[in-house]
Design a protein around this ligand. Structure first.
Ligand SMILES: Cc1cc2nc3c(=O)[nH]c(=O)nc-3n(C[C@H](O)[C@H](O)[C@H](O)COP(=O)(O)OP(=O)(O)OC[C@H]3O[C@@H](n4cnc5c(N)ncnc54)[C@H](O)[C@@H]3O)c2cc1C
Length: 462
């Protein structure tokens, strides 16, 4: 029995692609190595508490019923309703640098006013930057890579403001250190500063479950515990995949969301361009520390949704020398969205840059000790930017690049994948395509759009 398309990975991009193909009556099967769906944006239960793996906030917020923009496009393409995501907007977020603060909401004019107040001589440049963002077609898959820092610095002369603009955009979507490709910058600028943040009251499980239900109701097959060991090919075409248990499944096309280098490693063909520069894995990864609290953050006057902080004289977005870089980070409070009622428990999540090599092969005891040490350091750094919540903590969990690699297969536990993106999704095999992180549209909304885009471009009309 042969499939039209086999999709590797039941993360957001794989499931979104699967829905598109199943809707058009293609015989499609999503294969997932793990026991559950979601990949980088999965969810889990620990000590009787539900946690999201990767959800701080969904970018590209739009009011229900909005006709334009990425969120409405993706709902239309997946035949989902606004209620299916049930998003509530953020309260307010902050970019905090030494002696400087910029607050922002889902209203871009509020940020412009903040820039005008904090950096009066830069507001004209900031508006020119926004005009350059508007003029750029970030979705053109043939765009060449261009330095965003060069373009931003041509409009904004204050290096602190340049770093403050880059800080949230890099933290939420840069696979490269120090600088970003301008198209990626534009995607992140629009999705965070123009459109802003939202979150479903129920967390990411609501979205993941809706996607799976939609996929299955259209006739799609989802196989969990079905890791792909190898992709076989003949005369430049993928012919079948071999699962971890040795089972062979045949397909006319294969779409992989596992990552570009990761997918090349599955290709058994000797001509695989494994050493090719464009398939080199990235090095940017993070630790994520999740604190469960005995009270809502608003009860101790913490109303910020997300704080992007940096305590150094410059913003260093890079693979740190130590296990963790505590000079900067992200503080997220999932409670601080405009829900109709309060969440049942208080949460604070803190993200920090981490060096994958320094976590991967530690003996278990050292690994646990390192987590404990850095958890303390991270929270110490974070409470300079918010009320000290340590007395209210009832449970803590922390994951590292090693956890991310274990549960998603991404080399180095890289959250944003390889530095070089394969925007058209094509590989050395005529009918093997990439979607998700290494196609280049990142984050929750981005990865779903990636799956949709590649399915529409290459697979629907085959
Ligand atoms: C800590 C953290 C916080 C984040 N916060 C946010 C946020 O607030 N907002 C936001 O928009 N984004 C956030 N992200 C990013 C977002 O989660 C990802 O960009 C998105 O989920 C990527 O989806 P994907 O489908 O491209 O990849 P993945 O989710 O990685 O999906 C790939 C899937 O393929 C499976 N797989 C891999 N190899 C194989 C194989 N050989 N066989 C079978 N299956 C395989 C993996 O198990 C995985 O399920 C965060 C990520 C993390 C880790």
């Amino acid at each position: 029995m042969k499939y039209d398309t086999i999709i590797i990975g039941a993360g957001l991009s794989g499931l979104a692609a699967g829905i598109r193909l199943a809707y058009f009556e293609k015989r499609v099967c999503v294969l997932e190595r793990h026991t559950t769906i979601g990949g980088l944006n999965s969810f889990y239960r620990l000590r009787d508490r539900n946690h999201d793996v990767g959800l701080h906030a969904i970018t590209n917020y739009a009011e229900p019923g909005t006709k334009t923009g990425p969120l409405s496009k993706l709902l239309r393409q997946l035949r989902l309703r606004w209620d299916d995501f049930n998003l509530s907007p953020q309260l307010e977020s902050t970019i905090a640098f030494p002696g400087r603060k910029l607050r922002f909401t889902n209203d871009f004019e509020f940020l412009c006013q903040q820039v005008a107040d904090e950096f009066p001589d830069q507001i004209d440049g900031f508006r020119k930057l926004a005009a350059a963002v508007d003029a750029h077609d970030e979705l053109d898959l043939s765009n060449r890579e261009t330095s965003a820092r060069e373009i931003v610095s041509s409009h904004i002369t204050n290096p602190v403001l340049v770093d403050m603009i880059f800080c949230p955009l890099m933290f939420y979507g840069s696979p490269t250190p120090h600088d970003m490709d301008f198209s990626q910058f534009v995607i992140m600028f629009k999705s965070i500063f123009y459109e802003g943040f939202g979150r479903p009251y129920e967390g990411v499980r609501l979205i993941m479950k809706k996607l799976v239900r939609q996929f299955r109701s259209l006739g799609g097959e989802l196989k969990l515990r079905s890791g792909v060991q190898a992709i076989s090919s003949h005369k430049g075409r993928a012919t079948s995949v071999t699962l971890d248990n040795g089972e062979v499944l045949e397909a006319n096309n294969v779409l992989s969301s596992a990552g570009s280098a990761e997918t090349m490693r599955m290709c058994s063909n000797q001509t695989t361009p494994d050493n090719n520069e464009q398939f080199q894995p990235g090095k940017i990864s993070f630790t994520e520390t999740i604190f469960s609290l005995d009270r809502d953050p608003q009860d101790f006057c913490h109303r910020q949704t997300i704080i992007f902080y940096n305590d150094a004289e410059k913003f260093y977005y890079e693979n740190p020398e130590e296990q963790v870089d505590i000079r900067s980070g992200i503080i997220c409070s999932p409670n601080n969205f405009e829900y109709d009622e309060r969440l049942d428990e208080g949460r604070v999540r803190i993200t920090a840059l981490a060096n994958p090599d320094k976590w991967m092969n530690l003996p278990e005891e050292e690994y646990i000790a390192a987590k404990e040490h850095w958890c303390g350091e991270i929270v110490e750094a974070a409470v300079k930017h918010m009320p000290d919540f340590r007395d209210y903590v009832v449970d803590t969990d922390m994951f590292t690049p090693r956890t991310i690699k274990k549960y998603t297969g991404h080399i180095n536990g890289c959250v944003y994948g390889a530095p070089h993106k394969i925007r058209n999704g094509q590989t050395h095999l005529e009918n093997l395509f990439l979607c998700g992180t290494d196609q280049g549209f990142l984050g929750i909304v981005g990865s779903m759009l990636s799956g949709i885009t590649i399915a529409n471009l290459h697979l629907l009309h085959r």
